[in-house]
Design a protein around this ligand. Structure first.
Ligand code: COA
Length: 343
């Protein structure tokens, strides 16, 4: 029990003394969406689909598509600048920059170093995380590890994607599902005392299963076709895995924190499909009023979807300091995970 509390960074007495653990607090968050809105109706004019089919099967009504001259690093930098402003911090104060993306500007170097240069925050480590739609959850866990162990005092974790560039616009079963965007959070290490004593990231649970590689992948790449390729997906199978694996990994997070669904203030899920989100919340016994939804307006923005949703819910006053917030995501790999955060 104490070992578990130690691992989770929960403060508690050891030998009569208060044990104080470093934790990562989310100091700020923000999103950036490209200007161009593409509605289902607009898509139906060029793809054999309909607004009704897309809305009923996915909950998506519209998505944003990046301008031709925008790269993933541009979206990421915009989101990062806004998150820094939201946190009241300057780029030079950031020790570590992680960009979760599946759609990097170039094969190398990382998109993170480009963002670092655009922000004017050079010198510290900056690298990309590749876990597709689970990328933000993986990135948050990696940055949290740096902060807890003293490797950094502050970090920017960004999810940024231009999925429109890896979609096969002839494949109606996938091209209607995705959108472009970026979201960012600023983390700061805190000592778990004073007014912030119980705030911060409490736990992460990450999983992957490479035997499910072929359910959701891109049919190209450097060592295969030397072209970036297009997204391919076995939609129904991904759907089934998503509901089961996401509800399991959320329960794993709650159990590790001695919590149940009644302790949860907000579920901020990866925004792939409203039916997946509804079914996952139902399995947990969470009412829909506690679920943050942006999939209707953003579609699936992969690694960007969670920070975009966090930013929206914080900006409109739903997320408040002290709230228990669950995040979860699953994507190609398959790779999935959840985090429990006290906002
Ligand atoms: N518009 C109209 N019809 C479409 C369509 C579209 N955009 N896409 C597929 N269809 C058709 C199919 O051709 C099929 O027609 P048929 O019955 O004549 O063969 C029919 O709709 C049903 O297709 P199916 O693939 O069985 O639909 P579905 O109910 O499984 O819904 C998804 C498809 C993709 C919406 C659903 O499987 C899904 O959401 N999966 C999870 C995907 C996801 O979120 N992945 C990302 C995880 S990070």
């Amino acid at each position: 029990m104490w070992l578990q509390r130690l691992a989770l960074g929960a403060p508690g007495p050891v030998g009569g003394l208060a044990l104080i653990m470093r934790r990562s607090i989310i100091e700020g968050c923000a999103g950036y969406l490209p200007e161009r809105i593409v509605t289902n109706e607009e898509l139906a004019a060029r793809v054999d689909t309909s607004d009704e089919w897309v809305r009923v099967r996915t909950g998506i009504q519209e998505r944003r598509i990046a301008a031709d001259d925008q790269q993933t690093s541009d979206l990421a930098t915009q989101a990062a600048e806004r998150a820094l402003a939201n946190a009241g911090m300057r780029a030079e104060e950031i020790d570590l920059i992680l960009v979760a993306t599946t759609t990097p500007d170039n094969t190398f170097p990382s998109t993170a170093v480009k963002v670092q240069a655009q922000l004017g925050a050079t010198g510290g480590p900056a690298f990309d995380i590749q876990a597709v739609c689970a990328g933000f959850v993986y990135g948050l866990a990696a940055a949290d590890g740096y902060l807890r162990t003293g490797g950094a005092d502050s970090a920017l974790v960004i999810g940024a994607e231009i999925f429109s560039r890896i979609l096969d616009w002839e494949d109606r079963s996938t091209c209607v599902l995705f959108g472009d965007g970026a979201g960012a959070v600023v983390l700061r290490a805190a000592n778990g005392d004073g007014s912030n004593a119980d705030r911060g990231i409490l736990s992460h649970h990450l999983h992957s299963d490479g035997t499910l590689y072929d359910l959701l992948y891109v049919d190209g790449g450097v060592s295969t076709t030397q072209k970036s390729g297009y997204l391919r997906m076995a939609g129904q199978e991904v759907f089934r895995h998503a509901v089961n694996k996401l509800s399991d990994v959320l329960l794993e997070g709650l159990a590790a924190n001695d919590m149940t669904a009644t302790d949860v203030d907000w579920l901020v899920p990866h925004q792939a499909n409203k039916r997946i989100i509804d079914a996952t919340a139902r399995k947990l016994g969470l009412p829909t009023e506690k679920v943050i939804l942006t999939v209707d307006k953003h579609a699936n923005t992969s690694a960007a979807s969670i920070p975009l949703a966090l930013a929206e819910a914080e900006a409109d006053g739903r997320l408040k300091a002290g709230d228990v917030v669950l995040i979860e995501a699953i994507g190609g790999g398959l790779a999935w995970g959840s985090s429990v955060i006290r906002w």
